[in-house]
Design a protein around this ligand. Structure first.
Ligand SMILES: [Zn+2]
Length: 326
């Protein structure tokens, strides 16, 4: 994408769209850094973020500086191989993580990596963030996967997230932190806030001792809403596999279910608290149809799915629950 500087300081692309000037973007990078630091999402010099200026130029934060204390002048520019082109400070050592995302996703213009404590707790515990629980997380994040741990800054970091980049906008990095990405810095930052708030809610839910998943109709409405707003979701994408259609995160839900087993549970006025079946409550796949989670899965399946597909899906989820509960 060729860029030129116009007399008013704005950048314009080959297709004629005006773009914010480089200095304004550097100011925005500093501002986002301050917000990340103020929210307590990073400690010391942790975290980094970047913005795609053009096809081969990425604006990124430098290493060894607090994200709460960034100045526009501190930013670096690198090419798509990570080679530093400009900037008086050394570019972040984790730029390869960002570049892996830019390579896979031409639509992405901004990447933020940080260590927000609540979401990072799930990455450290290796507990997948569940779906079908909270509308904000469903609409703005969708399914969030956890990438395998690799040493921070290592070249394998980009490889570790590769399986999830296309279908996600937020990925947990095993024993490490979170990476969020989107069409601009503000959007990527919102995802960072949302994933940490969601993880915090889940931790509080665990203390309360029960979880009420969204019902099938509620999930259908949320997915329809996303589709109406033109927001991608892998569960409703053409050709989505039965596994992708399932409500995920049985590990978390079964842990809350385990707490219920030992501590009892709070009942809502509608009697709506729903532990996920564990151990003896599980039935053979042919008879599994009763929990809202299972009903949601059934209702989310396209009409052209046959009984065999449904049986396979239910069996897969049952196996996961059994594995998590054992
Ligand atoms: Zn990190």
């Amino acid at each position: 994408m060729a860029t030129t500087t116009t007399p008013n300081g704005k950048f314009s692309t080959a297709n004629g769209h005006p773009r914010i000037s480089e200095f304004k973007l550097k100011e925005q990078m500093a501002d986002i850094g301050r917000r990340i630091w103020l929210k307590g999402f990073c400690a010391g010099n942790e975290g980094n973020h970047s913005y795609r200026l053009s096809e081969d130029r990425i604006l990124c934060t430098p290493s060894l500086i607090s994200k709460g204390n960034l100045k526009p002048d501190d930013m670096c520019i690198v090419d798509m191989n990570g080679k530093q082109i400009s900037g008086k400070r050394k570019r972040t050592s984790e730029i390869l993580l960002h570049l892996a995302i830019y390579r896979e996703r031409p639509d992405v213009r901004a990447v933020i990596h940080s260590h927000p404590p609540h979401a990072t707790a799930f990455a450290v515990a290796d507990v997948e963030l569940p779906t079908c629980i909270h509308p904000e997380a469903e609409v703005f994040l969708g399914p969030v996967k956890t990438a395998k741990y690799v040493t921070p800054g290592d070249t394998r970091l980009g490889q570790s997230i590769k399986p999830f980049v296309k279908d996600s906008n937020t990925i947990l990095l095993g024993n490490h932190g979170v990476v969020c990405y989107g069409p601009d810095l503000e959007d990527a930052y919102y995802k960072l806030e949302i994933v940490d708030a969601y993880a915090r809610i889940l931790l509080l839910v665990k203390q309360l001792g029960s979880v009420k998943p969204l019902g099938a109709d509620e999930m259908k409405e949320l997915l329809a809403l996303k589709s109406k707003f033109g927001m991608f979701d892998p569960r409703t994408a053409p050709g989505a596999s039965p596994e992708k259609m399932a409500c995920g995160g049985v590990d978390y839900v079964s842990r809350v279910g385990g707490e219920i087993g030992t501590k009892g549970r709070m009942q809502s006025s509608s009697g709506g608290t729903v532990p996920v079946p564990t151990g003896s409550e599980l039935r053979p796949s042919t008879a599994v149809q009763s929990s809202p989670m299972e009903q949601a899965i059934h209702q989310m399946l396209p009409s052209n799915y046959n009984e065999k597909d449904i049986d396979h899906l239910v069996q897969t989820i049952t196996d996961q629950i059994m594995a998590a509960a054992s």
